[in-house]
Design a protein around this ligand. Structure first.
Ligand code: CAA
Length: 258
């Protein structure tokens, strides 16, 4: 597939996806959603150990495309919400961690997209919010659920009911952003984190992601038992042998992802 609204650059085993629909501040229309789905489900291979998802200096993503939504019937809007939700689940369940490097606006569907990523790093210029109530609609790409799970029900309610936009510092304070960096430092710092993750045992990182994602939706007894199952799975890998041997031999481990 030829991408018109994003680029995907591979640097060793790190993928950098840059959303590029500048005339609409990267608003998510059908075309960009289709490309986003394709890049995660078809384009990126199992060799990828970390993904960086970013936008432009002005906007990570300014939301779902309001102009495209204008003519939707309720049934079409449900299909639109479900298709966006399924794509965001594909990102959430991607085998490797996804870091959102949020440069500018992450509003509505943009905040929801960042929430579907594992980690959010923000530029000092980033702005977050769920402004859907200003349009007479509600968040439809998972915001009512993922924002609540990320920042807790109190803050999620406040942000969703008021539609207020918050700056990067506030997003950091409430746990929506993991860190805030100067604009020019955002990509270097994001790449530093991506490289750190990519140097670890990739199957172990992937199992950690699975344990966190799936365990969050289980009761604690089942979740810790599930963790023990995945712990045992990590013991079946060559990387476990390599990692433990390297520690004993006082050398750096070389993980191959097997
Ligand atoms: N959809 C479609 N087009 C959008 C857009 C969106 N979400 N956000 C911005 N654009 C377009 C603008 O219409 C404008 O296009 P034209 O030049 O053709 O007029 C262009 O991008 C530049 O935007 P502005 O001129 O508005 O830029 P600004 O700097 O003055 O303001 C902004 C920036 C505050 C982000 C403002 O654009 C804005 O409020 N955007 C909408 C944010 C929003 O409400 N997002 C939620 C959408 S609903 C949703 O996401 C539902 C869901 O959960 C699935």
């Amino acid at each position: 597939m030829e991408y018109q609204n994003l680029t995907c650059e591979i640097q060793e085993n790190i993928a950098i996806i840059t959303l590029q629909r500048p005339k609409a501040l990267n608003a998510l229309n059908q075309a960009i959603l289709t490309e986003l789905n394709h890049v995660f489900s078809e384009h990126l291979s199992r060799e990828i150990r970390c993904v960086v998802l970013t936008g432009s200096e002005k906007a990570f993503v300014a939301g779902a495309d309001i102009k495209e939504m204008d003519s939707m019937t309720p049934i079409q809007s449900r299909y639109f919400a479900r298709s966006g939700q399924l794509i965001f689940q594909t990102i959430e369940n991607f085998h490797a961690p996804v870091i959102a490097a949020v440069n500018g606006y992450a509003l509505g569907g943009g905040c929801e997209l960042a929430l579907a990523c594992d980690i959010r790093l923000a530029s000092q210029k980033a702005k977050f919010g769920q402004p859907e109530v200003n349009l007479g609609i509600i968040p439809g790409f998972g915001g009512t659920q993922r924002l609540t799970r990320t920042v807790g029900p109190g803050k999620a309610r406040e942000l969703i009911y008021t539609g207020n936009t918050i700056n990067a510092e506030e997003a950091h304070r409430i746990g929506l952003a993991n860190a805030v960096h100067a604009p020019e430092e955002l990509m270097p710092e994001t790449m530093k984190m991506a490289e750190t993750i990519a140097a670890k045992a990739p199957l172990a990182v992937s199992l950690c992601k699975k344990a966190i994602n799936m365990g969050t939706n289980m009761d604690i007894s089942r979740a810790i038992e599930f963790e023990a199952d995945l712990f045992a799975e990590s013991f079946a890998t060559n990387d476990r042998k390599e990692g433990i041997e390297a520690f004993v031999q006082k050398r750096k481990a070389n993980f191959v992802g097997k």
